[in-house]
Design a protein around this ligand. Sequence first.
Ligand code: S3P
Length: 181
Amino acid sequence: MQRIILIGYMGAGKTTVGKALARDLELDFYDLDWYIEDRFRKKIPQIFAEKGESGFREMERNMLREVGEFENVVISAGGGTPCFFDNIGYMNEKADTIYLNASVDVLYAHLMMGKSQRPLIEGKSPEELREFIKESLAGREPFYRQARYMVDVDVIEHKSQIQALADKIKNIITTEKRIVD
Ligand code: S3P
């Protein structure tokens, strides 16, 4: 049985890399945000608007514990998921966790393109966005770094690099499994 969870900051590429990895390993792919949206029939910004961040974090915690039971899956978590409750402990118990590590510059470039669907950064000016990423990444890193594996994703620029990264993750995980078994 395989269960892999990708964690990391918004814009690190968790969904893109997760899909490629799932395809490679012939596993099902789940994105925790999409799962929440499907289950509650509401978009994430609407949940934030109606219930506030703390309401969203409760739902996220509960939904993580649903998808965390699925077998033979790759799951991409939300950027904040590992940083609330004991979510990172839970994920480490249930899955091979992988931190997709990206620099502030790369995250900034990716997030400039997709600010509107992300309530935490919506409406920020470019300077405010960069400052927000810098500060919140520093606060979140101690959680992200508790993942079992870490890979650098600053290299992703082209489609072929997404595939290369998925291959790298696959190798890391299968090599360790061979050693452990
Ligand atoms: C969040 C990240 C989002 C989503 C929500 C909050 C965060 O997921 O869960 O908007 O706190 O970093 P992505 O990392 O998939 O954008």
